[in-house]
Design a binder for this molecule. Sequence first.
Ligand code: FRU
Length: 478
Amino acid sequence: KEWTREERYRVLKNKSELNHLYEINTSSVYRQDYHIQPITGLSNDPNGFIYAQGKWHLFYQWCPWGPVHGLKYWYHVTSEDLVHWTNEGIGLAPDTLFDNKGCYSGSAIAIDDEVYFYYTGNHRNEDWERTAYTCVAKLEDDGSLTKKATPLFAPREDYSEHQRDPMVIYNKALKRYFIFIGARSQDERGCALVYTSEKPLEGWSFAGELHVVGYEHFGGMWECPCITNIDGKDILIFSPQFTKLPGRGDCTNHNVYIVGHMDYETLTFTPESHFRYLDYGFDFYAAQTAANASHHPVMIAWMGLPDNHYPSEKDEWEGAMTLPRRISVEGDRLIQTPVKAIENLRTQTLADNGHMSGAMEMDVTFTGGDVAINLFTKPNGYDGLTIEYDAMYRMITVNKAHMDQRFNTEVFEKLDIPLDEDLMNMRIFIDHSSVELFINDGRYTFTAHVYPTIRENRYTHTDNMDLTIYALGKSVDE
Ligand code: FRU
C-alpha cells in the first residue's frame, strides 16, 4: 500500500477508530507472546524507560495507523518484573504546536519523588519545514503524563534540522543536569550536542558538541544517544546512520557502544577501546538503558531498523521491542543477559524431537568442534534459519536467505559473529516472529525478525551439544 502524507499524519481522535485495524493486527500469526509489540500499527524506538512508583515504565514510538512511519505517539506499557507487560494507553500525544507532527524519542529521569520525560517535539510548518524542540513532561500519580507548556530549548541554527532524541542525566560532582541530543552537522557529520542546566525544568543552555575522541567523522547522523555509568565505566551508546560499517553488509543504520570515560567539564568522551556492535543481528536499533536503575542496569532496543520492511506488513503492523537485558561490563565489553524473571515464563520442558513450538527457549552447551543449529527447517530438515559455527575460525554465521519469506534482501541476509574465544553456550529465545541469541553467557547477542511459514516448523542440530528446551508462556497484553 502507498500511504499519502495525510494518511500517515492523521490525528487519532478516538480509540474506536482503531477497532478494525486492531482485529486484523491481533489475528496475525506473527503476533508475539512475550515481546512488547505495537497495540496497532507500527512501533519503533523504546522511550522513557525507568523504574518508578513501584514498577517499570516503558514507552515506544507508535504510529497507530499501520506499518508506516507517520505521526508518532509515545505508547505506555508497564511491568513489575520486566517480563509481564500491561498496555496502559497513550503516554504522549502530538497535540501541541511544538510537537504537532510527532512526539519523537526521549528519555526519563527521577528527581526526588518525581519523574520527568524529555522528548523531541517534531514541529513542522505549512511548508513542511522541521523544527525539533526539546520538550519535557511529568509523570502524574495516576500514570498519565503532563507536558510543560513550552519547550526547554529550540534547535540550533548552526546544525542541520536533524537534532533529536534527548538523553537526560544528572552529574553529581558538578551538581548539574545534562542533555545529549543526537545530531547531524551542516557538513553532514554525525554528532551529539550537549546542553546543561542546574535545574531540570529551566535554565538550559548549549554547552557544546560532545567530543568523542577518534569519532570526529563517524556516520552522517547519530540517533538516540544514551550514556550510562556501569561498574565505574561510562558507556556511550548511539545509532550512527548514513555509513557502512565492517561486517554489516549493505546496512547503513547501526547501533554501537564505546566503553570509556566521560568528562562532563570538557565534554570529552575518551574511549578505552574501539567501538563494538551492541548486537550482531539483522534487527536491532535505538537501544536505551533504564534511568534510575544503576544497581541493576537494563537495556532494551527496537527490534527493527529504519527504512526496512517486514512481512507482517501484510497483516498491517510491524515492529517489536527486544527482550529487556541485564547489562554489565567486562573489560571493554558489554555483557547482556535476559532478565532472570524470564525463567518464570517456562511452562514445560520439551523433548529434543525436532519440532518447533511457537514460543520457546533452547539452552545449549557445546562440547567442541563445528556446530550447526537450523531453526524453522522444512519437514525434510532443509533450509530454515541456519546458525553455523566454524571452530577453527571461531566464527558463527547466521543465514536467513533460505527461509520462505525473504525481506530486506538488499541490506543483508547473512551475518557473521566473530568470537574471541571458543563457542561455549547459547541461549536461544524464539517467539512467533523473532529469534534472539545470547552467546557465551551474553558476551555476544544476535537479534533477528523471522517470519516462518506453516511448513517451516522443524529444527535440526549436530550432535556435539547438550540441549534443554522449554515452552514459554504468554506475557504481553493484546
Ligand atoms: C530513530 C528515530 C529517532 C526519532 C524517532 C522517530 O529510529 O528516527 O531519531 O526520534 O525514530 O520515530
